[in-house]
Write a protein that binds this ligand. Structure first.
Ligand SMILES: Cc1cc2nc3c(=O)[nH]c(=O)nc-3n(C[C@H](O)[C@H](O)[C@H](O)COP(=O)(O)O)c2cc1C
Length: 278
């Protein structure tokens, strides 16, 4: 801590930031130029700039993906480092991965939102459907929520990758700000579909700040899906919604139950306290 490297006229000050991602993460600060080299902090998996035409929306989305996959589990540490960087007031931030931030306020403000543990009132639904039953459930759920004015993002974990992003990454990115997460799966071999199990394991480990988690899906005769997914979620502190399970394709009365579930969830999203919402 406090070590300095003299580069002849300018210096680099060493500032350890353990568990921004790794135990040995270290920032380097050049006070003469107000240049910050923050290692993994403020990074992206790649620099999506079109030369001469940087697109802020894409850059922010990419840094959110990176944060969700790399830093979200350590966000209580990251929060302190973001405050530290704000106080330094850097002119330029040169992260080890991804674009250079010539207007640091853009990425600092985004990080301040991401470490705040505040969410939107949006609902994120990650699902798999082998034969269309769970798919029909989640589409009705999404439509009813949307009719109630709730923002919904549906991610089919079985779909192909979209440019460089795989569906799992889209769910993690969405989970940075989603108020609720629904994990929907058909029953398979006594448990959930393997893609939903893997997704749930990641959610349990990465621990996004969602306020509600729900397990839903379709089954043929019976399974331990809810128990299995709950054990993969570990002790995630989000409140749990009653499981929403339907036998086979949703029948008329199942559709009614799905609508009631959606209306109750919409009411919960609307009732999130103003102070906890972005
Ligand atoms: C390989 C395979 C394994 C299954 N295992 C179970 C099971 O253990 N328990 C169960 O209740 N249903 C099981 N089912 C039935 C499905 O859960 C059921 O058909 C469900 O409606 C499929 O939903 P989907 O259309 O969203 O894929 C299995 C189906 C398949 C194809």
């Amino acid at each position: 801590i406090g070590d300095q490297i003299d580069l002849g006229g300018v210096t680099l000050e060493c500032m350890p930031i353990p568990f921004a991602h790794w135990p040995d993460n270290t920032m380097f600060w050049m006070p003469q130029e107000r240049l910050l080299f923050p290692s993994d902090l403020f990074g992206s998996h790649y620099a999506p700039d079109i030369p001469g035409k940087p697109d802020e929306t894409i850059r922010i989305e990419q840094s959110r993906t990176y944060f969700s996959e790399i830093m979200m589990p350590f966000r209580s540490h990251v929060k302190g480092y973001v405050e530290q960087v704000r106080a330094l007031d850097p002119a330029i931030i040169c992260a080890a991965h991804g674009p250079v931030w010539f207007e640091p306020d853009t990425i600092l403000s985004e990080y301040e939102r991401m470490v705040s543990d505040k969410t939107t009132r949006d609902v994120l639904i990650a699902y798999v459907s082998m034969h269309g039953s769970t798919g029909r459930m989640v589409r009705l759920l999404a439509k009813t929520l949307s009719d109630e004015g709730i923002g919904v993002k549906l991610v089919d974990l079985g779909s192909a990758r979209h440019d460089l992003r795989v569906p799992v990454g889209m769910v993690l990115t969405g989970a940075v700000f989603a108020g609720a997460l629904i994990l929907a799966s058909p029953a398979v071999l006594g448990g959930a579909h393997p893609l939903v199990s893997a997704m749930t394991m990641l959610i349990g480990g990465i621990n996004p700040p969602v306020k509600y988690i729900g397990i839903a899906g379709s089954y043929g005769w019976g399974s331990q899906m809810v128990k299995q997914l709950e054990s993969l979620l570990g002790n995630h502190k989000a409140a749990r919604l009653e499981p929403l399970l339907v036998r086979g394709l949703p029948a008329k009365e199942d559709e009614e139950a799905i609508k009631v579930y959606a209306l109750e969830l919409a009411a919960r999203m609307k009732a999130l306290p103003e102070g906890e919402v972005l």
